[in-house]
Design a protein around this ligand. Structure first.
Ligand code: AMP
Ligand code: ZN
Length: 434
C-alpha cells in the first residue's frame, strides 16, 4: 500500500515534534556562532549558548528582521564559510539592498525533501506529470518546486512563467496532471483556455493545482477549482525560509501544516512584540532549525496569520496556519481605517458576474484621499447601463460593510486591467504624501 507520510518526521506526535525541536534548536544556536552577526547579537543581549534549556528560552533571543538581512548584505549572516555554499537566492527589495539567502548542498537537499513531502501529502505520485509555471532563477518558486517534484519522482515540465499558449500545449501534449501556478496566473490560464475552446475537464488530465506565493481568498480558490476542474492546494513559503515547502494544505484544505521539524513557529503582536493568545491573528515569526548555510533565529516574516486550534483529521500533528491575511506592510491605511486587500477580494469574488482581476487605486483629490476599486466583469454586456449601475451599487454597499469606508467601484471590461507575469499587483497608491 501507498505510504501515508513521505517521511518519518511528518508523522511525529506533538511530544516527539517538541523533543526534536529542542534538540535542533540547541544545535542551531551553537551553529549560529559561526556567524559574525549572531555572535554579536548574542554578546549584545547577554545570551549564551548554554542558556537554552527549554523551547521557551528561544524568547531570550532578539528578533531577526529583513533590515538585518539588508544590513549584512550580501554574506554577513552566513554561519559557514562561503566555500561550503552552493547556491544563493536573492530578492530585490524596492528600497535599499536586496536580501540574499545562502544554501549548502545539505540545505538544498532538505528543501527538496520538504517540497516533496508537501506534494506527496496532496496525492502527487511518481506517475504524475508536474508542470511548473513559476519564473525560474532568483524566484524560489521555480527551482524550489523543480527539485521537490523531481525528488518525489514525477516527470517534471519546467515550463517557467508566461507564454500561456505554450503552457496549454504542454498540458495536452505531455498529459500534465499537476500544475504549480500563482492564483492570478491560474485564472489567466483558464481565460486563455476559454478563448481557444479548450475544456480543461475534457481536453486535459489536470487534477491537482498548487497555488501560492500571494494572498488569495477561499472564494478565489473555489473559483479556480471550478474553472479548471481541479483540487487547488494553498502553498506558503518565502525566500528567507528557503522558498516553497514551509507550510502547505493537506487534503482537508483546512489550514496549512507548517513543518515543525524545520521551523519553530511563534505568532506575535507586531506592536508589542509579545506572543498573542492561542488562535489570535498576529505576525508569524519563524526560527529555522534545519539549515546550515544561514539559519535565521526568530525571523519576523511580516505575514499575518493565526494558528488554527484543534487536531487536523488527516492525522498530522504539525501545527496548522490559517490562510494568510496579508503582510503587515501590505495593510492600507485610508482615512485612519486599516484595510487588507484580501478583505476586498473576498467580497468581490462572491459576485459571479465578476472576473478574477481587480485593482485598488488610492488617490488624493482636493486634499481628500479616496479608494477606487476597478474590477473586471465577465458576462454582462458592457452597454447594459442599468444592470452595470445596479451591480456597482451592490458591490459598493457590501465593500462598505466590510471595510467601513465607501470606495468608488468601477466595472471594467474583461482583460482591460494590466496583467503581470509574476505576483499580481493589487494596490496602486497614488496618494499625495504630506
Ligand atoms: P518571496 O520571498 O518573494 O517568495 O515572497 C514571500 C512572501 O509571499 C511571503 O512572505 C508572503 O507574504 C507571500 N506568500 C507566499 N505564499 C503565500 C500564500 N500561500 N498566501 C499568501 N501569501 C503568500
Ligand atoms: Zn491535515
Amino acid at each position: 500500500m501507498d505510504k501515508q507520510f513521505y517521511n518519518q518526521e511528518e508523522g511525529l506526535s506533538r511530544s516527539e515534534i517538541e523533543a526534536l525541536q529542542l534538540e535542533r534548536l540547541h544545535s542551531t544556536v551553537e551553529h549560529c556562532m559561526g556567524s559574525a552577526f549572531y555572535r554579536k547579537r548574542f554578546a549584545d543581549s547577554n545570551v549564551s549558548v548554554s542558556d537554552f534549556k527549554t523551547l521557551d528560552d528561544l524568547r531570550k533571543i532578539p528578533f531577526t528582521t529583513k533590515q538585518d538581512l539588508r544590513d549584512t548584505y550580501p554574506f554577513g549572516m552566513a554561519s559557514v564559510p562561503l566555500d561550503r555554499c552552493v547556491r544563493l537566492h536573492s530578492s530585490s527589495g524596492t528600497t535599499g539592498n536586496p536580501t540574499v539567502i545562502l544554501h549548502t548542498a545539505r540545505d538544498l537537499d532538505q528543501w527538496a525533501n520538504a517540497v516533496a513531502r508537501c506534494l506527496w501529502m496532496v496525492g502527487c505520485r511518481p506517475e504524475d506529470v508536474f508542470q511548473n509555471t513559476s519564473g525560474y532563477g532568483m524566484f524560489t518558486g521555480g527551482l524550489g518546486f523543480q527539485y521537490g517534484a523531481e525528488r518525489l519522482g514525477m516527470l517534471t515540465v519546467p515550463a517557467a512563467a508566461g507564454n500561456t499558449l505554450r503552457q496549454l500545449k504542454f498540458f495536452t501534449d505531455f498529459g500534465t496532471t499537476v500544475v504549480h501556478a500563482i492564483p492570478s496566473y491560474a485564472a489567466r490560464i483558464f481565460e486563455v483556455m476559454q478563448e481557444k475552446g479548450i475544456d480543461p475537464r475534457r481536453d486535459t488530465s489536470l487534477r491537482t493545482l498548487v497555488i501560492g506565493a500571494e494572498p488569495h481568498s477561499e472564494d478565489t480558490r473555489r473559483r479556480i477549482e471550478d474553472m479548471l476542474g481541479v483540487k487547488a492546494y494553498n502553498s506558503f513559503g518565502m525566500s528567507e525560509m528557503c522558498g516553497p515547502g514551509v507550510a502547505f494544505e493537506c487534503k482537508e484544505q483546512n489550514g496549512l501544516h507548517i513543518w515543525e521539524d524545520y521551523y519553530i513557529v511563534e505568532i506575535i503582536d507586531p506592536d508589542t512584540l509579545e506572543p498573542v493568545p492561542d488562535g489570535q491573528v498576529g505576525e508569524l515569526v519563524l526560527t529555522t532549525i534545519n539549515r546550515e548555510a544561514m539559519p535565521l533565529l526568530r525571523y519576523r516574516t511580516r505575514d499575518l496569520t493565526r494558528i488554527l486550534p484543534g487536531k487536523c483529521p488527516c492525522g498530522r500533528e504539525h501545527l496548522r496556519l490559517d490562510r494568510m491575511k496579508g503582510r503587515s506592510d501590505d495593510m492600507i491605511i485610508l482615512k485612519g481605517v486599516n484595510i487588507f486587500p484580501i478583505q476586498i477580494e473576498t467580497i468581490l469574488m462572491q459576485f459571479e458576474e465578476l472576473a478574477s482581476d481587480y485593482l485598488i487605486i488610492l488617490e488624493t483629490l482636493e486634499d481628500n484621499d479616496y479608494m477606487t476599486v476597478k474590477v473586471e466583469i465577465k458576462d454582462i454586456p458592457v452597454d447594459d447601463y442599468a444592470k452595470l449601475k445596479a451591480l456597482e451599487k451592490e458591490i459598493t454597499r457590501q465593500l462598505k460593510d466590510e471595510i467601513l469606508i465607501t470606495p468608488r467601484v468601477r466595472l471594467v471590461p474583461k482583460d482591460s486591467l494590466p496583467k503581470s507575469e509574476g505576483k499580481a499587483v493589487r494596490v496602486k497608491d497614488l496618494r499625495k504624501q504630506y
